[in-house]
Design a protein around this ligand. Structure first.
Ligand code: C5P
Length: 396
């Protein structure tokens, strides 16, 4: 990996301190880091800290005679294999989406011919603002990859999506984008389902659940980081597609099953989606009207079981992994589910632990015919990496 180089643009946000840790991780992995620190970024971290960790000079000014004499901004923009923006502030995203070039960071983004990866970080309202949504869509269409943001408590005291992804997740996305690191799953195809499904009642109403999709997205990202070619079949979520992963958006369970079957053959299937067990028997083409008296009951029919269908299908992936949320008798229920679904492993998720649903941590046990491995409580990203490592061992 020693020949790989990244250009790291550090924008102005409280998350800038995490970019110091990211720089340290990259250097440790033998990746050269050339930093650009925006003026706003320099309000949060010092050029000296960044230079010391990057073991390189920090570039800041577009019209600096010394900088330009050493390396012009155009050359700078081409000097790396990948351009990483972390934190990518709302301002930097807006400039890049518009093609503005009024400082060194934006000029570099406009001049580069290299892939760009952004790790957004901003207040939740800013992230959810229509202008940022538009900029995100424009940048995605322009081929920019994104990692994060995460959802959680923010430095500004609000709660929601907008927190910069953790350095480890950005590091993994960088390694996947650079095509470096250990790639024990290179040449293997993986299918991951994630998020909830939405089952239409009429054109405006649906049955769904609160699955955030975080765990499934993290698994897709971790498998891609180990070199697998990943298709992520996702129900509606607020998350952006991990870098290097093919995402197929679906709504209903039946659409999810069709998208999974279209993604076969695969070597690995990991079913993380919280698929609705039932759907309305009939979907009205017109909005159901409020009548007088009691409403008509909604008749339900059972949805296909995607995990069981993939496990028992003619084109069964070699390794099929399911998830099970349990509140009690984790092991017994997970073992029973292995038989019922026909899969190889069940990642049993102890949802009796506070914060397991929708939070960033998970307490799981890996159950197979051979036994049970209990894992300590850890971040969903860490669960994903450990599971991806276990999968890689299976294919070693
Ligand atoms: O039966 P239960 O919903 O507890 O099983 C959970 C596992 O089965 C998860 O891996 C989930 O993704 C998968 N599943 C599925 N299709 C369904 C229901 C569950 O793939 N219709």
């Amino acid at each position: 990996m020693s020949e790989k180089r990244i250009l790291l643009i550090v924008g102005g946000g409280i998350a800038a301190y995490k970019s110091l840790e990211l720089t340290r991780m990259l250097r440790k992995a033998g990746v050269a880091v050339r930093p650009i620190l925006t003026r706003a970024g320099a309000a949060f971290v010092t050029p000296l800290s960044l230079a010391a960790l990057a073991e390189d000079k920090v570039y800041s000014e577009l019209f600096s005679l010394t900088d330009e004499a050493e390396m012009g901004h155009i050359e700078l923009s081409r000097s790396a294999d990948l351009v990483v923006v972390a934190p990518a502030t709302a301002d930097l995203m807006a400039k890049a989406a518009q093609g503005l070039a009024n400082d060194l960071a934006s000029t570099t983004l406009l001049a580069t011919d290299k892939p760009v990866l952004m790790a957004p970080a901003m207040n939740v309202r800013m992230w959810e603002h229509a202008a940022t949504r538009r900029n995100l869509a424009t940048l995605t269409a322009d081929g920019v990859a994104f990692v994060g943001p995460d959802e959680g408590a923010m430095a500004c005291g609000e709660y929601g999506p907008g927190r910069m992804a953790e350095p480890a997740a950005i590091f993994e996305a960088i390694m996947a984008a650079l095509g470096g690191g250990a790639r024990p799953l290179a040449g293997k195809r993986a299918l991951v389902t994630a998020g909830p499904t939405a089952e239409p009642i009429d054109p405006v109403r649906m049955l769904t659940n609160r699955s955030s999709g975080k765990q499934g997205y993290a698994i897709a990202r971790a498998l891609a980081a180990l070199g697998a070619e990943v298709t992520l079949v996702s129900g509606p979520t607020a998350l952006s597609a991990p870098a290097g992963v093919t995402r197929v958006d679906v709504e209903s369970a039946r659409e999810m099953l069709a998208a999974c079957e279209a993604a076969l053959p695969a070597d690995i299937a990991v079913c993380v989606a919280a698929v609705a067990d039932w759907r309305p028997a009939d979907t009205s083409g017109k909005k159901l009207k409020k009548g007088s008296g009691a409403p008509e009951p909604i008749a339900l029919v059972e949805n296909p079981d995607i995990l069981a269908t993939l496990s028992r299908g003619a084109r069964r992936p070699r390794l099929v992994v399911g998830f099970a949320a349990e509140t009690n008798d984790l092991e017994a229920h997970a073992k029973a589910k292995l038989g019922k679904k026909g899969c190889d492993w069940i990642v049993a998720n102890d949802v009796s632990v506070e914060g397991a649903m929708g939070g960033d941590d998970n307490t799981v046990a890996l159950v197979s015919a051979g036994g049970i491995e209990r894992w300590d409580r850890m971040a969903k990203d860490a669960v994903a990496r450990r599971l991806a490592d276990r999968i890689a061992q299976e294919f070693a």
